[in-house]
Design a protein around this ligand. Sequence first.
Ligand SMILES: [Cu+2]
Length: 183
Amino acid sequence: MAFAAGNYRVLAVVLLVLSASFQVSVGAVYKVGDSAGWTTIGNVDYKQWAATKNFRVGDVILFVYNPQFHNVMQVTHTEYQACNASSPIATHTTGNDTITITTHGHHLFLCGVPGHCQSGQKVDINVIRTALAPTPSATPSPPPVQTPAPAPNAASPLYNSNRLVRDLGTAIAVAMNILCGFI
Ligand SMILES: [Cu+2]
Protein backbone atom coordinates (compact mmCIF):
# COMPACT_ATOMS: atom_id res chain seq x y z
CA MET A 1 0.00 0.00 0.00
CA ALA A 2 2.83 2.37 0.87
CA PHE A 3 4.57 1.40 -2.36
CA ALA A 4 1.47 2.30 -4.36
CA ALA A 5 1.23 5.70 -2.70
CA GLY A 6 4.90 6.33 -3.53
CA ASN A 7 4.24 5.54 -7.15
CA TYR A 8 1.42 8.05 -7.24
CA ARG A 9 3.72 10.68 -5.77
CA VAL A 10 6.35 10.11 -8.46
CA LEU A 11 3.65 10.27 -11.12
CA ALA A 12 2.33 13.51 -9.65
CA VAL A 13 5.80 15.07 -9.79
CA VAL A 14 6.26 13.97 -13.41
CA LEU A 15 2.88 15.48 -14.31
CA LEU A 16 3.74 18.67 -12.46
CA VAL A 17 6.90 19.09 -14.51
CA LEU A 18 5.02 18.30 -17.74
CA SER A 19 2.29 20.75 -16.82
CA ALA A 20 4.80 23.51 -16.12
CA SER A 21 6.53 23.01 -19.46
CA PHE A 22 3.20 23.12 -21.28
CA GLN A 23 2.24 26.38 -19.59
CA VAL A 24 5.47 28.01 -20.72
CA SER A 25 4.67 27.29 -24.36
CA VAL A 26 1.15 28.76 -24.23
CA GLY A 27 2.21 32.41 -24.39
CA ALA A 28 3.24 35.41 -22.39
CA VAL A 29 0.97 37.19 -19.91
CA TYR A 30 0.95 40.97 -20.20
CA LYS A 31 -0.54 43.00 -17.36
CA VAL A 32 -1.87 46.20 -18.89
CA GLY A 33 -0.15 49.22 -17.31
CA ASP A 34 2.25 46.93 -15.42
CA SER A 35 2.19 47.80 -11.69
CA ALA A 36 -0.25 50.69 -12.21
CA GLY A 37 -2.83 48.39 -13.75
CA TRP A 38 -5.95 49.61 -15.57
CA THR A 39 -6.65 53.06 -14.16
CA THR A 40 -7.11 56.78 -14.73
CA ILE A 41 -4.81 57.64 -11.83
CA GLY A 42 -1.34 58.84 -12.68
CA ASN A 43 -2.00 59.35 -16.41
CA VAL A 44 -0.59 55.97 -17.45
CA ASP A 45 0.44 56.14 -21.09
CA TYR A 46 -1.08 52.90 -22.42
CA LYS A 47 0.07 53.72 -25.94
CA GLN A 48 3.65 53.82 -24.69
CA TRP A 49 3.07 50.68 -22.62
CA ALA A 50 1.82 48.75 -25.67
CA ALA A 51 4.59 50.11 -27.90
CA THR A 52 7.24 48.37 -25.83
CA LYS A 53 5.61 44.93 -26.17
CA ASN A 54 5.82 42.31 -28.88
CA PHE A 55 2.36 40.73 -28.72
CA ARG A 56 1.82 37.33 -30.30
CA VAL A 57 -1.13 35.03 -30.89
CA GLY A 58 -1.55 32.93 -27.73
CA ASP A 59 -0.53 35.73 -25.38
CA VAL A 60 -2.78 36.65 -22.48
CA ILE A 61 -3.71 40.27 -21.77
CA LEU A 62 -4.50 40.87 -18.11
CA PHE A 63 -6.56 43.85 -16.93
CA VAL A 64 -6.36 44.47 -13.19
CA TYR A 65 -8.57 47.24 -11.74
CA ASN A 66 -11.19 48.07 -9.14
CA PRO A 67 -14.49 46.96 -10.76
CA GLN A 68 -16.34 49.66 -8.80
CA PHE A 69 -14.61 52.31 -10.88
CA HIS A 70 -13.64 50.74 -14.19
CA ASN A 71 -14.43 48.09 -16.76
CA VAL A 72 -12.95 46.72 -19.98
CA MET A 73 -14.73 46.93 -23.31
CA GLN A 74 -13.41 45.57 -26.57
CA VAL A 75 -14.49 47.88 -29.37
CA THR A 76 -14.08 48.49 -33.11
CA HIS A 77 -11.52 50.90 -34.53
CA THR A 78 -14.14 53.62 -35.08
CA GLU A 79 -15.45 53.27 -31.53
CA TYR A 80 -11.92 53.26 -30.17
CA GLN A 81 -11.07 56.55 -31.86
CA ALA A 82 -14.32 58.18 -30.73
CA CYS A 83 -14.27 56.65 -27.21
CA ASN A 84 -17.71 55.24 -27.98
CA ALA A 85 -18.71 52.63 -25.39
CA SER A 86 -22.33 52.21 -26.54
CA SER A 87 -21.96 48.93 -28.48
CA PRO A 88 -18.84 47.02 -27.44
CA ILE A 89 -17.83 43.70 -29.01
CA ALA A 90 -17.25 42.33 -25.50
CA THR A 91 -17.42 43.66 -21.96
CA HIS A 92 -15.38 42.49 -18.96
CA THR A 93 -16.18 43.59 -15.42
CA THR A 94 -14.45 41.30 -12.90
CA GLY A 95 -11.50 43.57 -12.13
CA ASN A 96 -9.12 40.73 -12.96
CA ASP A 97 -9.88 39.98 -16.59
CA THR A 98 -7.73 37.77 -18.78
CA ILE A 99 -8.15 37.94 -22.53
CA THR A 100 -6.31 35.44 -24.69
CA ILE A 101 -5.26 36.79 -28.06
CA THR A 102 -6.35 34.35 -30.76
CA THR A 103 -5.96 36.45 -33.90
CA HIS A 104 -3.53 38.86 -35.50
CA GLY A 105 -4.27 42.56 -35.90
CA HIS A 106 -5.55 45.24 -33.55
CA HIS A 107 -7.37 44.35 -30.34
CA LEU A 108 -8.82 47.58 -29.02
CA PHE A 109 -9.95 48.08 -25.44
CA LEU A 110 -11.29 51.03 -23.52
CA CYS A 111 -12.87 51.75 -20.16
CA GLY A 112 -16.61 52.32 -20.62
CA VAL A 113 -17.00 54.55 -17.55
CA PRO A 114 -17.87 58.08 -18.82
CA GLY A 115 -14.80 60.25 -19.25
CA HIS A 116 -12.23 57.55 -18.62
CA CYS A 117 -11.44 56.69 -22.24
CA GLN A 118 -11.23 60.41 -23.05
CA SER A 119 -8.66 60.81 -20.29
CA GLY A 120 -6.53 58.07 -21.84
CA GLN A 121 -7.83 54.77 -20.45
CA LYS A 122 -7.68 52.92 -23.75
CA VAL A 123 -5.19 50.46 -25.18
CA ASP A 124 -4.41 49.05 -28.61
CA ILE A 125 -3.01 45.51 -28.48
CA ASN A 126 -1.54 45.12 -31.95
CA VAL A 127 -0.48 41.58 -32.84
CA ILE A 128 1.74 41.83 -35.88
CA ARG A 129 1.91 38.99 -38.37
CA THR A 130 5.30 37.35 -38.45
CA ALA A 131 4.94 36.87 -42.23
CA LEU A 132 4.45 40.65 -42.65
CA ALA A 133 1.23 40.26 -44.64
CA PRO A 134 -1.01 43.36 -44.53
CA THR A 135 -4.02 43.03 -42.23
CA PRO A 136 -7.24 43.29 -44.27
CA SER A 137 -9.29 45.46 -41.90
CA ALA A 138 -10.26 45.98 -38.30
CA THR A 139 -13.11 43.49 -38.35
CA PRO A 140 -14.22 42.11 -35.00
CA SER A 141 -12.58 38.79 -34.24
CA PRO A 142 -14.81 35.72 -34.63
CA PRO A 143 -15.86 33.73 -31.57
CA PRO A 144 -13.39 30.97 -30.64
CA VAL A 145 -15.30 28.14 -32.32
CA GLN A 146 -13.27 25.19 -33.52
CA THR A 147 -13.62 24.95 -37.27
CA PRO A 148 -12.96 21.51 -38.80
CA ALA A 149 -11.76 22.81 -42.18
CA PRO A 150 -8.21 24.22 -42.19
CA ALA A 151 -8.22 27.90 -43.19
CA PRO A 152 -5.67 29.06 -45.78
CA ASN A 153 -4.11 31.70 -43.53
CA ALA A 154 -1.29 30.97 -41.13
CA ALA A 155 -3.25 31.96 -38.03
CA SER A 156 -5.38 28.83 -37.75
CA PRO A 157 -2.76 26.08 -37.23
CA LEU A 158 -0.92 28.23 -34.70
CA TYR A 159 -4.15 28.99 -32.89
CA ASN A 160 -5.25 25.37 -32.87
CA SER A 161 -1.89 24.16 -31.59
CA ASN A 162 -2.01 26.75 -28.82
CA ARG A 163 -5.48 25.56 -27.92
CA LEU A 164 -4.32 21.97 -27.90
CA VAL A 165 -1.40 22.85 -25.68
CA ARG A 166 -3.65 24.77 -23.32
CA ASP A 167 -6.21 21.96 -23.20
CA LEU A 168 -3.43 19.44 -22.51
CA GLY A 169 -2.16 21.64 -19.70
CA THR A 170 -5.64 21.82 -18.22
CA ALA A 171 -6.13 18.05 -18.52
CA ILE A 172 -2.83 17.42 -16.76
CA ALA A 173 -3.70 19.91 -14.03
CA VAL A 174 -7.03 18.13 -13.48
CA ALA A 175 -5.32 14.73 -13.43
CA MET A 176 -2.84 16.05 -10.87
CA ASN A 177 -5.60 17.27 -8.60
CA ILE A 178 -7.25 13.84 -8.73
CA LEU A 179 -3.94 12.10 -8.03
CA CYS A 180 -3.07 14.42 -5.17
CA GLY A 181 -6.44 13.57 -3.65
CA PHE A 182 -5.39 9.92 -3.62
CA ILE A 183 -2.05 10.48 -1.93
CU1 LIG B 1 -12.19 53.53 -16.01
